[in-house]
Design a protein around this ligand. Sequence first.
Ligand SMILES: Cc1cc2nc3c(=O)[nH]c(=O)nc-3n(C[C@H](O)[C@H](O)[C@H](O)COP(=O)(O)OP(=O)(O)OC[C@H]3O[C@@H](n4cnc5c(N)ncnc54)[C@H](O)[C@@H]3O)c2cc1C
Length: 432
Amino acid sequence: MAAAAGDMSADVVVVGAGPAGSAAAYHLATLGLDVLLLERHELGRDKVCGDGLTPTAVRELVAMGMDTSTWQRNQGLRVIGGGHQLHIPWPEQASLPAYGLARRRSDLDRDLAKHAVGAGAHLLTGVTVTAPVTSASGRVIGVQARPTPRVPEPGIQAPITVRAPLVMDAGGVSARLATAVGRSKDERKPLGVAVRAYFRSPRADDAWMESRLELWDGPAGRSDLLPGYGWIWSVGDGLVNVGLGAVSSTTAAASARGIDYRAVFNRWLGHVPEAWEFTPEHRVGRIGSAALPMAFNRKPHYADGLMLLGDAGGMVSPFNGEGIAQALASGRLAAEAAAQAAARSTAAGRELALSQYPAALQAQMGGYYTLGRIFVALIEHPEVMRLCTRYGLPRKRLMRLVAKLLSDGWERRGGDGIDHFIQLLTRMVPAA
Ligand SMILES: Cc1cc2nc3c(=O)[nH]c(=O)nc-3n(C[C@H](O)[C@H](O)[C@H](O)COP(=O)(O)OP(=O)(O)OC[C@H]3O[C@@H](n4cnc5c(N)ncnc54)[C@H](O)[C@@H]3O)c2cc1C
């Protein structure tokens, strides 16, 4: 990385050290590129999240060589709804392990960023990226950044400009760079909202990820079922992450519903069995909520020197609100395309190589996310949600299919009959 007073340069600048940015920085450094990772907060900051890592996320962590041996493990899903309770273990599969993990985001994100630094990435924390630097033709050729106010020891003392032939926006749902160059959200895509809190609980050694399918928008049993679920799972150290998420098929549908999700959360907590001890005196920290950008709601994922990763590219799954696995995968795919581009000798060749990134995302998730949009449009009807919980849950084989579909735990090649069925479905629809 070259540096002059107030000016720096790198092969790639990555904005944001969440899962997407740190994964990209790790893979880029491993592939021999000079990468600068800029994060506006200090490492170890709190992040509103469910902290759940499905086997798909575990696979990405393994691909990064992360040591997860001390992290909280889980063995599958416990699904509760419509008077039924079902345990669905994570299956042992060719491409996926038979366990998931959970780790507080303050720890996960710190571990990932340090891992990227260990691989050779340069990390500056307390640095807020304020704008892209663009050429006369509108190509992104760097970023402007300044020290983040109130961070005690920011990585820079004064505003800087960083130049790079490739910039990655991994800045999460705010997607500041993408927005600045006019890549706005597609409001026809699904949008989620989620709320979470931590509790100290005597059941914090539970080995299952519990999903509760009955979220009411008013008094339980006498109001509508919301399209979403509540979750309870252990994150280790005696702590449980408890939350709920609901989804709408479009931004307009979300606005029309106009629900106070914190109120839904507080009501829902009242229906969770007392054995969990989710009482105010057992709560640790604040109740947080945030939006979930879904189904590729911001595109293109590459154009004019700027790639969008993770939440910045709207990669949260409309099926279950999971976004960490996708963020990690996007970091890996972006780095692979960047390394191929860096090895080309003409500008046209580099652009062709970079175009492999959106193509890889489409191949991996395009058809799957189109199915997700159909799924959301269906469960948005309270009656469909009611029928699914009442009549779907007792059917074990159906629920194995649903679990694979919802957790993105299906094999893209080979696999069993359920995998083949999902592969067929995703090929029958246009990519998202
Ligand atoms: C309540 C809730 C529960 C969730 N539960 C789960 C779950 O259980 N499992 C799961 O897989 N997903 C879950 N998600 C989704 C998941 O949190 C996101 O999909 C994931 O964090 C996306 O990672 P990312 O790296 O793209 O973005 P982020 O994690 O948001 O990281 C972006 C980073 O960029 C930094 N940044 C932003 N702007 C700038 C800037 N201008 N300059 C410098 N740095 C900047 C931020 O500080 C941040 O560190 C949940 C989300 C919510 C809201």
